[in-house]
Design a protein around this ligand. Structure first.
Ligand SMILES: *[C@@H]1O[C@H](CO)[C@@H](O)[C@H](O)[C@H]1NC(C)=O
Ligand SMILES: *[C@@H]1O[C@H](CO)[C@@H](O)[C@H](O)[C@H]1NC(C)=O
Ligand SMILES: *[C@@H]1O[C@H](CO)[C@@H](O)[C@H](O)[C@H]1NC(C)=O
Length: 420
């Protein structure tokens, strides 16, 4: 970490050094982005280190811009173009189908969905990706952060303008916007018109968009004050729905990873709209509601141990926990230090997956598709939080297919597919 004295000096150097191809930055942009999960000052530091030619960061930036470039020709996306709007809603309502539920009959004119449906845990029904908004919100939540962060570190306006276009189309333009609720998430055909657990479609990715918006708010070209205000308003309405609706309450009461993600999303949105009291209370409650109940004394997550993709789901829940811990730092709740009544803690939960994450031991529990790199960001998070074993393990991590982006966006993301 740079001291507060050195940082301005580095930035001044980056502005004047003729050998570096980084564009000029104005004074407004010397303030850290007001990200709610990521520590914005780390992004500012990373930019200074890039300006000084830091090789590791340059490599990460190469991976980030490659990813951002791949989005430039794609999107924007909208909820209004789906072929079959939800039966009880309209085209502006988000609709998705339950990923692990499968038809048992052949599809016919009389039975177009092949009902009844049965569940096959961890086995994804490809129909889910055809007629609904689920793949589109996935593209929004992946592209907007890539593009926004790529703009932040390169100042190439094309990245910011495309991110702005995607955001306006999905969230703000009255002709194409999504209504700020999830009444029709993870529908099971012939059984219901939406379920509380559909909230995971957003909670597993949307807070990265919230941080990306904060990055754009530092003066991105093509992103106006009106756009920024529009996102705050959308987030306020979405947060109210999450807190007050039956689905939102049911999801918050979930005793598995859905509950952790619910807390993480509520806390992030609360901070983003200026409700620090709610953010802090959510963090305080999560110690007992999530850590005490979902993490065992040996650091395992017993509910996820018995699943067909137990390693994936251990990392998945830890993405939510470590992001919650990152939010906690901003409201004075240190989740990393918390210990439950049996001694359970986030540190132990990370240590439980370390031998498999480093490749030193095989993961001995059920796993249909093992990806060692799925744990990479989580180990980084624990290492930065001071865990000595995690610090040692960082060198042995498997680099994710899209590169190790931790230093450029220091908040854990799910690095294997979260298409579920
Ligand atoms: C669906 O159709 C295939 C091919 O026509 C047939 O073999 C199969 O038995 C049918 N399945 C059901 C559940 O009716
Ligand atoms: C924060 O959120 C809580 C729960 O929804 C609400 O009761 C309270 O009024 C909010 N506070 C502010 C300042 O918006
Ligand atoms: C850890 O604890 C869980 C829950 O008590 C148990 O199922 C699991 O077998 C334990 N694993 C190890 C390696 O001790």
């Amino acid at each position: 970490m740079f001291s507060s004295f050195i940082l301005p000096a580095l930035l001044a150097f980056s502005l004047t050094s003729p050998t570096l191809a980084l564009p000029k930055v104005d004074a407004l942009q010397l303030a850290p982005p007001k990200t709610v999960v990521i520590d914005g000052s780390r992004m500012l530091e990373a930019r200074a280190r890039l300006a000084l030619g830091d090789k590791k960061l340059r490599k990460a930036l190469g991976a980030l811009t490659k990813e951002a470039d791949s989005w430039l020709g794609k999107g924007p996306w909208t909820v209004v173009d789906k072929p079959n709007p939800p039966p009880e809603g309209g085209v502006h309502d988000y609709l998705s189908q339950a990923p692990y539920w499968w038809p048992t009959e052949n599809k016919t004119d009389d039975n177009p969905f092949g009902c009844p449906y049965v569940q096959r845990d961890g086995v994804r029904n490809p129909d889910v990706d055809t007629a609904t908004d689920r793949p589109d919100i996935g593209a929004v939540c992946n592209s907007v952060p890539s593009l926004s962060f790529a703009w932040y570190y390169t100042r190439n306006p094309a990245y910011a303008k495309h991110a702005a276009d995607i955001l306006r189309t999905w969230f703000l333009d009255p002709r194409t916007k999504m209504n700020p609720n999830l009444q029709h998430g993870q529908v099971i055909p012939c059984q219901n018109t939406g379920r509380a657990i559909g909230i995971i479609d957003f909670s597993q990715m949307y807070t990265s968009v919230v941080d990306a918006v904060a990055v754009l708010n530092t003066g991105a070209p093509g992103w106006t004050k009106e756009d920024a205000d529009g996102m705050v308003q959308w987030n306020k309405e979405f947060l109210s729905w999450l807190v007050d609706s039956d689905f939102g309450k049911t999801e918050a009461a979930a005793k598995n990873n859905h509950g952790t993600f619910s807390d993480m999303q509520v806390a992030a949105l609360a901070l983003a709209v200026g409700n620090e009291t709610l953010a802090k209370q959510t963090l305080l409650d999560s110690r007992h509601l999530r850590i005490d109940t979902q993490i065992a004394a040996n650091g395992s997550q017993p509910q996820e141990l018995v699943r067909t993709r137990s390693f994936h789901y251990h990392t998945f829940d830890l993405v939510a926990y470590t992001r919650l811990a990152s939010i906690g730092k901003k409201v004075g709740v240190d989740l990393w230090k918390y210990k439950g009544p049996d001694g359970q803690s986030l540190m132990k939960a990370v240590e439980f997956i370390l031998p498999a994450a480093t490749g030193e031991e095989e993961w001995p529990y059920p796993e249909l598709e093992f990806y060692r790199y799925a744990a990479s960001d989580i180990v980084h998070a624990a290492a930065d939080a001071g865990n000595k074993k995690a610090k040692k393990a960082v060198k042995k991590l498997e680099v994710p297919p899209k590169g190790d982006l931790w230093e450029l966006r220091p908040a854990a993301e799910q690095l294997d597919s979260i298409a579920g």
